[in-house]
Design a protein around this ligand. Structure first.
Ligand code: ADP
Ligand code: ASP
Ligand code: MG
Length: 470
């Protein structure tokens, strides 16, 4: 089998964790598989890089940041890579990357302008520091390994901060570069998160994007499986930090995984599923801290649950935008204009709800994009506002989206009733509701400070802490 396996930040968070990651990769190679490793930055590093970039944009570049990053990675190298030649090689690569980082930050501290393009170049450095360490660790066990920056493999458009892969070119470059290594049983260690435009400018796939890197590479190589090694036993019925009694879902469908990831299950970057789904490649979510646990398997049918509901998620950092006006009734085109304005901001809408009286339309977008979207709406709807057809366009940041997900919800009557009864009993006020026509998701808006209560109430009402019957 060809397996693309990705290790998240905590799974490479220190020398011991990196040693375990190397052991897991080698174990699969010893079982006769071809293995491509994708690594995140060590945990906390990307946040530090972003903070350094923001400081530099204010005119402050502290060279101690470079030293600190070097020390942290050098300490790991000392503990992890026994062969002195391999260790020196890894350290030299790390030092070169840090030199570049220093130049970027120094330049930024002069010009004071942090563009999305520059932020990608700076925030993507963490992966370039981790990959040589992991490759060195694998190589010091006597397995051929090479650290490869994904800028050589994944070609994207120039949407900095959330770049999209151009799959044909990515496939060509990835095959050309990785196949020869795999054919001689070497284990490439590829940086997650980063990619580059066709002309070689570094991009990133968005925060948490290393999962997406793994599925892009898996699809490009027609891998047999994609394994996401993280710090929990797979995808669970709810966020375990919010609902301690949440259970691991042993098998879910691509559509369930995609919905859960989209509505806030941070365990998978929200775009991870699509490339795997298009090639029907199974995705496994596994715990590097508990590698014997079978984790979650994402497959076509996803072992339906008799309960209908499989999981409940919440998504914060969103804003609800409400367009209202008595004159909206029966006037065609307002929704089209509104959604056109959102699309032209390259933002996506998480949820839409319109009351049947048609005098108010509300939808949810990411908080970061909300002010831009509201400005865009005021522009495009200027005439309607002027004529009084629309009275207000409001933005409310104090909300969260809660989503209830399960393939079998389709055609199971009474689920919505039970969801809202549970919320009513727990005193959660539901602001708006939406159910996609696919019926595998009911999402609702509530106050942000009631989201955790809502999630727990729904989890309890459907007894998601109990094993499900097929
Ligand atoms: P990694 O660094 O491995 O990419 P992340 O922190 O990005 O890990 O994602 C794993 C975390 O996702 C878990 O530790 C957990 O707190 C959180 N999480 C949120 N929702 C879920 C869910 N439904 N199932 C599992 N984990 C979840
Ligand atoms: N290191 C990146 C981040 O922290 C990507 C990832 O971990 O998936 O967002
Ligand atoms: Mg992650």
């Amino acid at each position: 089998m060809l397996i693309v396996m990705k290790f998240g930040g905590t799974s490479v968070g220190g020398a011991e964790r990196m040693a375990e990651a190397a052991r897991l990769a080698i174990k699969s190679a010893q079982a006769g598989h071809q293995v491509v490793v994708v690594t995140s930055a060590m945990s906390g590093i990307t946040n530090r890089l972003v903070a350094a970039a923001e400081k530099a944009a204010e005119g402050v570049w502290d060279p101690a940041v470079r030293e600190l990053l070097y020390q942290k990675h050098a300490e790991v190298a000392d503990l992890l890579i026994s062969d002195p030649r391999l260790r020196e090689e890894a350290l030299a690569r790390i030092a070169r990357r840090l030199d570049q980082l220093e130049k970027l930050c120094f330049g930024l501290s002069m010009v004071h302008e942090l563009t999305p393009r520059l932020l990608d170049a700076i925030s993507g450095v963490g992966e370039c520091l981790a990959a040589p360490l992991l490759a060195g660790a694998i190589a010091s066990h006597g397995y051929a390994s090479e650290s490869i920056e994904a800028t050589e493999l994944i070609v994207t458009n120039n949407q900095f901060g959330a770049a999209e892969p151009l799959m044909e070119m990515t496939r060509e470059r990835t095959s050309g570069r990785l196949r020869p290594l795999l054919n001689r049983q070497a284990i490439p260690v590829v940086t997650g998160f980063i990619a580059s435009t066709e002309d070689g400018v570094i991009t990133t796939l968005g925060r948490g994007g290393s999962d997406y890197s793994a599925s892009i590479l898996g699809a490009a190589l027609d891998a047999d499986e994609i394994w996401i090694w993280t710090d929990v036993n797979g995808v669970m019925s709810a966020n375990p930090t919010e609902v301690p009694e949440a259970r691991t879902l042993r098998e879910i469908s691509y559509s369930e995984a995609a919905e859960l990831a989209y509505y806030g299950a941070k365990v998978l970057h929200y775009k991870t599923i699509l490339p795997a789904f298009q090639k029907s490649i199974p995705v496994l979510i596994l715990n590097s801290f508990n590698p014997d646990d079978p984790g979650t398997r994402v497959t076509v049918s996803g072992r339906p649950s008799s309960r209908g509901v499989k999981a409940v998620t919440s998504f914060r950092n969103v804003s609800m935008i409400t367009i209202s006006g008595r004159g909206m009734q029966g006037i065609p085109g307002i929704a089209a204009k509104a959604f056109g304005a959102v699309a032209s901001e390259r933002a996506s809408i998480m949820m839409i709800s319109q009351a049947s009286s048609e005098n108010n339309l509300c939808f949810v977008v990411g908080s970061v994009e909300a002010p831009r979207i509201v400005r865009g709406l005021r522009n495009i709807l200027e005439l309607d506002l002027h004529q009084g057809l629309i009275e207000t366009i409001e933005q409310d940041d104090n909300v969260a989206v809660v989503a209830v997900v399960g393939d079998r919800m389709r055609g199971t009557p009474g689920i919505a009733g039970r969801v809202f009864a549970a919320l009513g009993e727990s005193g959660v006020n539901v602001i708006a509701i939406s159910q996609g026509s696919s019926e595998l998701n009911i999402s609702l808006i509530c106050l942000e400070n009631e989201a955790a209560t809502a999630v727990r109430a729904i989890h309890r009402a459907f007894q998601l802490d109990q094993p499900s019957q097929p």
